[in-house]
Write a protein that binds this ligand. Structure first.
Ligand code: NAI
Length: 476
């Protein structure tokens, strides 16, 4: 039986390994992690992450050909193929701080592989890494191995949180990069044969190692760029009376542009977009390509501007002061159908509102109270290392923020509502009931453009929807 070990039981490692186990019953898959709490959660009925369909896949395979363990050395040593899906956050200190990828976790995984391997292995980069990381990893492995040979492949993951299982079962494509040597190509074929169990062959794209590594960074940069582009248009729409949803609809009908990633919002979030663009910027700068670096930097600056603009809109609409006012925050996850809050725009928006002394009442259907309080207590770099940090939550944060269990409780007696995640349940709330329970005038700031602004106005709300013509009340 072929044995696979997945290092890193996070948002990528967990679902990816579970789907391989599901689709390849003849392969034994063990997912290992240094975090005991994560592994015990994977072995329980309360998985450490929320993803539609994940629980069912894990329940079907766990204990048969899917296992979760903290014994990294043993399972690495036993495996023929090792997927490395550890976190690669932005470096928080030293050379390249704030931009370069922090490969500490990757390097320590590589060292365990080198130290414990007694047989030849294929090592697969699942984590998103800077281009030419495979070369550095190869060096660590070959300089520390005892005559064992390693073939490194790049196999970046393109799943999106919230649809991870669906994306893994029906990927647009699977990308595999390998060395152009006979051994490298043999390893590429071995990995290809695993995916071929359920992915049509024409969707499995093979490239050289560096193209594969760079394609993942480019992929995220292109997607984020579309969001920043439409968000830039949203500011222009508000200034001119154009409507951003009409503009995106018109754009989407151009087959050269297409319809995806054209929704204007309070900004993109998630663990990947910002860190991968920063990484790209750093690589461009390191290669002396200043113009390239500046081009991609602007995508992040536009995203920061969008969040900032939203906070300013809330404050200016509410008579330039939100001090002591209760503001209901609906949604904290960086998007719907996930419990992940890494780099969620809600963090920056909430912190912005807190700086103006608002009192926040936050509700999210899937994010725990503890997670929200930790996110609001951490600085933005620390947020990239969530599993390992336990920040101290200050008494002032505790005083300004309440986490509640439903939207009606969050909005009761509030002066305003900020919708920060596009959870479906927010579309069907009883807004008449909410209006009656709020202070007047009652404001809604729809950061995801999911609410029917016309109906809300009929009820009596003053409504701000990103990129839409402004309510007379909000016009300068
Ligand atoms: P994560 O933080 O959820 O999971 C990483 C896990 O690796 C953690 O549980 C951590 O404890 C573990 N780990 C770190 N060092 C280890 C070591 N030496 N040995 C064993 N376990 C170790 O991260 P996530 O979101 O799964 O991302 C992993 C990689 O995949 C990153 O490079 C990310 O950029 C990339 N990626 C993430 C996507 C996402 O949607 N989250 C999508 C595509 C790629």
């Amino acid at each position: 039986m072929v044995k696979i070990c997945g290092i890193g039981a996070g948002y990528v490692g967990g679902p990816t390994m579970a789907v391989i186990a599901l689709k390849c019953p003849s392969i034994e898959v063990t997912v290992v992690d240094i975090s005991h709490s994560r592994i015990s959660a994977w072995n329980s009925d309360h998985l450490p992450i929320y993803e539609p369909g994940l629980q069912e896949v894990v329940q079907q395979c766990r204990g048969k050909n899917l296992f979760f363990s903290t014994d990294v050395g043993k399972h690495v040593s036993d495996a023929d193929i090792i997927f490395v899906a550890v976190n690669t956050p932005t470096k928080s200190r030293g050379l390249g701080a704030g931009k370069a990828a922090d490969l500490t976790y990757w390097e320590s995984a590589a060292r365990v592989i080198a130290e414990t391997s007694k047989s030849n292995k294929i090592i697969i980069e699942k984590s998103t890494v800077p281009v030419r990381t495979a070369e550095a990893i190869e060096r660590i492995l070959t300089h520390n191995s005892n005559g064992v040979s390693f073939q490194i492949l790049s196999n970046p993951e393109f799943l999106s949180e919230g649809t991870a299982i669906e994306d893994l079962l029906n990927p647009d494509r699977v990308l595999i990069g390998g060395r152009q040597t006979p051994e490298g190509q043999k390893a590429v074929q071995a990995l290809k044969s695993i995916y071929a169990q359920w992915v049509p062959e024409d969707k499995i794209v093979t490239t050289n190692l560096w193209s594969s590594e760079l394609s993942k960074l480019a992929d995220n940069a292109f997607l984020a760029q579309r969001i920043s582009s439409i968000n830039a248009m949203s500011a222009l729409c508000e200034a001119t009376g154009a409507e951003v949803s009409e503009v995106s609809h018109a754009l989407s009908k151009n087959s050269k542009i297409g319809s995806r990633f054209l929704n204007s919002s309070v900004g993109f979030g998630g663990s990947c977009f910002q860190k991968d663009i920063l990484n790209l910027v750093y690589i461009a700068e390191s290669n002396g390509l200043t113009e390239v670096a500046n081009y991609w930097k602007q995508v992040i600056q536009m995203n920061d501007y969008q969040k900032d603009r939203f906070v300013k809109r809330v404050v200016s609409s509410m008579f330039n002061t939100i001090s002591g006012k209760k503001i209901a925050v609906l949604g904290f996850a960086f998007k719907k159908d996930t419990s992940d809050t890494r780099k969620t725009p809600a963090i920056d928006v909430c912190k912005g509102l807190m700086r103006d002394d608002a009192s926040l009442s936050i509700y999210d259907p899937k994010v725990s109270e503890d997670q929200i309080l930790r996110d609001l207590a951490m600085d933005s770099v620390e947020c990239d290392h969530p599993v390992h940090l336990q920040p101290v939550i200050s008494p002032s944060t505790m005083k300004q923020v309440r986490i509640v269990q439903d939207a009606y409780e969050a909005t009761k007696d509030a002066h305003g509502i900020c919708v920060l995640t596009e959870w479906d349940e927010f579309k069907t709330l009883d807004y008449q009931r909410i209006f009656f329970s709020m202070q007047k005038p009652a404001f809604v700031f729809d950061g995801r453009n999911i609410l029917n602004a016309g109906k809300l106005r009929e009820i009596g709300f003053i409504v701000y929807s990103i990129g839409k013509p402004l309510d007379p009340w909000l016009r300068p």
